[in-house]
Design a protein around this ligand. Structure first.
Ligand code: ATP
Length: 232
């Protein structure tokens, strides 16, 4: 579904992404794990053409390397950005409305679907985004991205700043979306343990390069991964 070839991102002399290749097949949950600064966010921003890049990106058999961000979203690829980036001065419902800006004729149906998926958001529909807990804000960010009815959801560190129990809840929602709504998922995470437990496959990123790829189960059992990313 998504194919990335020889992707490079440079900020002046800093090579944040050094020619990486990876793919996500329809129906999969794939994770890219790596430490802070490994180049994960730059990779996602490059796919969405939010930063300048070199290389090739294909989505559902079409070259999207050079098309603008809103047209990428229109093709069915949606991003839940790092730090959630919800609108704190707008209500939950207004945040969802913005998520449907390319899909306005379906707004009410989609909003109701989101309230079914995330009952807490329904309870808080008139509350300001900024008044929600971290977990609720993450759920709102996911719901907002789903308002474009994506075939594939890309998430940048959704576990950041959340308590382990809340991480579990958020990741369970991703599993349900994947199984029940047929949403393919690319999950970028520093929390390697949580990500590998729900993923089918994983890539390990270090210093702008992919240094390892395998089934998620194999990565979870690898001594090297345990030592470096899973706290021994
Ligand atoms: P994080 O967990 O912090 O998001 P990451 O793995 O996503 O880390 P990136 O944010 O992609 O990594 O950063 C990769 C490298 O590029 C780092 O060395 C970072 O300092 C650098 N970098 C990122 N954005 C910029 C920028 N706008 N200008 C200059 N350097 C940048």
């Amino acid at each position: 579904m998504l194919r990335v070839k020889d992707l490079k991102v440079k900020y002046g002399v800093i090579e944040a992404v050094r020619g990486i290749d990876f793919e996500v097949k329809a129906g999969e949950i794939v994770t890219i794990i790596g430490a802070n600064g490994a180049g994960k966010t730059s990779t996602l921003n490059a796919i969405f053409n939010v930063v300048k890049k070199e290389g090739y990106v294909e989505f559902v058999e079409a070259d999207i390397s050079k098309i603008p961000t809103h047209l990428i979203v229109k093709r069915g690829l949606a991003l839940v950005p790092e730090g959630r980036k919800i609108f704190i001065n707008l209500t939950v419902e207004e945040n969802l409305r913005i998520g449907a800006y390319l899909n306005d004729e379906n707004y009410e149906r989609l909003r109701d679907e989101m309230y079914e998926l995330f009952p807490r958001l329904k309870d808080k529909k008139d509350n300001y985004g900024g008044s929600l807990s971290g977990g609720e804000q993450q759920m709102l960010a996911i719901a907002r991205a789903l308002m474009s009815e994506p075939k594939m959801l890309v998430l940048d560190e959704p576990s950041l700043g959340l308590a382990p129990k809340i991480v579990k809840d958020v990741f369970q929602i991703l599993v349900n979306l994947n199984k029940e709504k047929d949403v393919t998922i690319l999950l970028v995470e520093q929390n390697a343990g949580a990500a590998l437990r729900i993923a089918n496959r994983g890539y390990v990123m270090e210093n702008g390069s992919i240094v390892l790829e395998d089934d998620a189960k194999a990565l979870l059992q690898s001594e090297e991964i345990k030592k470096k990313y899973l706290g021994g």
